[in-house]
Design a protein around this ligand. Structure first.
Ligand SMILES: C[S@@+](CC[C@H](N)C(=O)[O-])C[C@H]1O[C@@H](n2cnc3c(N)ncnc32)[C@H](O)[C@@H]1O
Length: 304
């Protein structure tokens, strides 16, 4: 049974501002509602405040209303039909950038491929972090490419790239059919050294269960959410192995997905689990034993 918000909270909210009660159902408490109303007033013209409040009452995501989501130092554009970047992803991307920085600095050229890229938030932030931490005197040596099956996502990711100092290229393609993307990468003279991915990882049964968050289910694309082991198998067998990449980070939501990925890797690989700051399983991290990516071990709270 869903918990009801006491009427007293709505009364208190109305005393503060007639718009504030609209934000209570999605925000659950007064402090969070006040924060959201503050952002709406700060970022939208007054003529749009009431419409924004009405949409929020229907649990319409704030990022689609405001049009952006902060992600590290970047402001990532968001629009309906493309998954909103999450803080959990931002957290591991920043950690990964710190680990990759000395490796990237020691190379002439370095390529990062991000599969299932959505808004492009992962390669754009990696490019931004690695480009700005590496000595200014050095020529820019990092190249990032993002791939997504959704034309809407690729269009948005390209727009996002236009607003960053260091651009990322985006290719439309299906991870299950890598030949076309690989041909494009060949034409672009791009070879990845490292692969990241945040594929759809919510098992269908879980997605369909009534307790699954309504605002996500109703307003964010199912294509970006529902998936399971098939993605991890493809990432390893059709991308990591043929491209002879020596390190990767894949976001996931379940320990079984981590164990499944570990079992697909050969004996020359080590692999671990990265937990987020909420103590939830967040990524499977892999590196070739004794290679230059041993430092990825430092990202993992558990190594197999
Ligand atoms: C969980 S979202 C991640 C988006 C983004 N990387 C992020 O972290 O916010 C998964 C993305 O995978 C894309 N996708 C789903 N199936 C795909 C496929 N077969 N090939 C490539 N991309 C796919 C979706 O369009 C969606 O943008």
């Amino acid at each position: 049974m869903p918990r009801l918000i006491p009427q007293s909270v709505y009364r208190l909210a109305a005393k503060h501002s007639p718009l504030l009660p609209y934000f209570i159902p999605a925000c659950h408490n007064l402090a969070a509602a006040k924060q959201e109303l503050h952002w709406v007033k700060q970022e939208l013209p007054e003529t749009q405040w009431l419409d924004a409040a009405r949409l929020r009452k229907q649990h319409y995501p704030l990022q689609y209303i405001l049009g952006t989501q902060p992600f590290g130092e970047l402001d990532i554009r968001c629009k309906p039909g493309v998954l909103i970047p999450r803080w959990e992803t931002e957290e591991w991307v920043l950690q990964l950038a710190r680990v990759l920085s000395p490796i990237v600095e020691s190379k002439q050229n370095y390529g990062i491929l991000d599969l299932c890229t959505g808004t492009g938030c992962i390669p754009l932030l990696l490019q931004h972090e690695l480009g700005s931490t590496i000595k200014q005197s050095k020529p820019q040596n990092v190249r990032t490419i993002g791939v997504d099956i959704s034309p809407l996502a690729v269009e948005l990711a390209r727009k996002n790239s236009q607003t960053t100092v260091l651009p990322t290229q985006f290719v439309q393609g299906d991870v299950f059919e890598p030949q076309t993307v690989m041909a494009s990468m060949h034409e672009m003279d791009f070879r990845p050294d490292f692969i990241t991915a945040n594929p759809p990882y919510i098992p269908r049964k879980q997605f369909e269960a009534s307790r699954f968050e309504k605002s996500v289910k109703q307003h964010e694309p199912e294509l970006a959410l529902v998936g399971d082991s098939e993605f991890y198998r493809t990432l390893v067998e059709k991308w990591i192995n043929p491209m002879r990449v020596q390190g990767f980070v894949f976001e996931l939501g379940e320990v079984h997905q981590c164990e499944y990925t570990r079992d697909l890797l050969g004996n020359d690989w080590d692999c671990g689990i990265l937990y987020d700051s909420n103590s939830q399983v967040r990524c499977v991290v892999g590196w070739v034993k004794g290679g230059e990516y041993e430092t990825l071990r430092g990202l993992c709270q558990k190594v197999y």
